[in-house]
Design a protein around this ligand. Structure first.
Ligand SMILES: C[S@@+](CC[C@H](N)C(=O)[O-])C[C@H]1O[C@@H](n2cnc3c(N)ncnc32)[C@H](O)[C@@H]1O
Length: 204
């Protein structure tokens, strides 16, 4: 995502969709983010209902679906959900694919999820919407549910991706979540080494 043009106002849905139209997914790792695989292997991911907002092509959706979790992949760009739906069909995996705005999840999603997992989504939204992100995450997770995220600390101005520091996370999440882990991880892919924070945040 480093090469994505920076815009102080952030991106709208059409801006994201243009990337799918042009097959220009600079942020996409082409694989499941290794820190998530590690957490799975260490038995640190809850095994109930999971949601992955801003899932893009959905590598993590396919991964968790393959492990037998009841997963929902959500993205508001039609290009993303098309790719994910095709991949699920090809791999004969089951997941719920939602073409929708994360901030407008209706009340049927309240307190439904044991796990919300994401990467490059918190940093993709404009910083002015960060409290709305926390509000939605708090609303849809069960009490004791886990938010597992890779937060992108770009160290740059503008976005997306918008720089996300440890104090940004503490300032936004501490009221509603216990911050169990917030650290750089040695398992990041090479190009994101020392640039992303692995967060395990438990809903109070
Ligand atoms: C930088 S991409 C990351 C995709 C994926 N998580 C990855 O790392 O490959 C951000 C994604 O979030 C989606 N997105 C941005 N704002 C959204 C919103 N409000 N609701 C749902 N999806 C959104 C975009 O369409 C895009 O697919």
């Amino acid at each position: 995502m480093n090469e994505t043009p920076k815009s102080p106002e952030g991106y709208a849905r059409d801006d994201w969709q243009k990337h799918y139209d042009n097959d220009d997914l600079q942020w996409d790792l082409g694989q499941v983010a290794p820190p998530f695989i590690r957490l799975w292997e260490e038995n640190k991911l809850p095994k109930g209902k999971a949601i992955i907002p801003g899932c893009g092509q959905g590598h993590e959706v396919l991964f968790l679906a393959g492990k037998g979790l009841q997963v929902t992949g959500l993205d508001y760009a039609p290009g993303a959900v098309d790719i994910l739906s095709r991949s699920l069909e090809e791999k004969k995996l089951q997941a719920n694919v939602l073409h929708q705005d994360f901030f407008q999840l209706d009340e049927n999603h309240n307190a439904q999820y044991d796990l919300m997992l994401e990467q490059a989504f918190f940093c993709a939204i404009h910083p002015s919407r960060r409290f709305a992100y926390v509000e939605t995450a708090t609303r849809i997770l069960k009490k004791g549910g886990l938010l597992v995220a890779l937060f992108y600390e770009t160290g740059e101005k503008g976005g997306p991706p918008f720089n996300t520091t440890p104090s940004d996370i503490l300032d936004h999440f501490s009221d509603d979540f216990h911050i169990e882990t917030l650290e750089k991880t040695p398992h990041s892919v090479e190009k994101r080494k020392d640039k992303e924070l692995l967060g395990l945040l438990r809903k109070k």
